[in-house]
Design a protein around this ligand. Sequence first.
Ligand code: IYR
Length: 222
Amino acid sequence: MSQPFPHKKLEFSQIDTSQSIELSSNFYQLMNKRRSVRFFSDEEVPLEIIHNIIKTAGTAPSGAHKQPWTFAVIHNKELKKRIREAAEEEEKISYTERMTEEWLQDLAPLGTDWEKPFLEIAPYPIVVFKQRYGIDEEGNQRKHYYVNESVGIAVGMLIAAIHNAGLVTLTHTPSPMNFLKKILNRPDNEVPFVLLPVGYPATDATVPDIQRKSISDIMVQF
Ligand code: IYR
């Protein structure tokens, strides 16, 4: 009996348990070296790497396979300057007026402030947009599902791909973020989700001396 929609055989070759243990351990060790970096070098990154990491993000699962994401890759200097200036304008208000005392105290160990020079220094800031709905060939709106979950997963995979490529990034969420939609002239269905500067770290880059939770803190077993 033929299926109404085509299916094809899964390409899958099972590996030995021992190899699986080794691979999972190696991948953990690689990912455990990832750090959010706020100090970037202006060293160029080949565009091919950017294409590869975005293609990797695009392999993420999504609600009804709608792939509700757009990755805006910025390289133009003038655009980077405008994005930095607009982000800093919002962040200055956030840090001085919008964020609560508790929030500011929680951020103190990270050493963040309203200044965002990395938006101009990093060779490739990537703005991830979530698509609230899709638009078909006739221009009709099409429903998207689990948009935040789908785009969140894709961003996680993007971050892993960036790290795997030997580059660094930061999950930056200037708030509010709508200036990105305006500056980049994105259509009505797209909403900025997160901004990730991508590049190499500055030679003197530092990171906060903070620890990850242990497995017993993050896992419950039944
Ligand atoms: N968006 C601001 C503040 C900020 C908020 C959280 I939650 C962080 O983990 C880090 C920063 C900023 O980017 O500085």
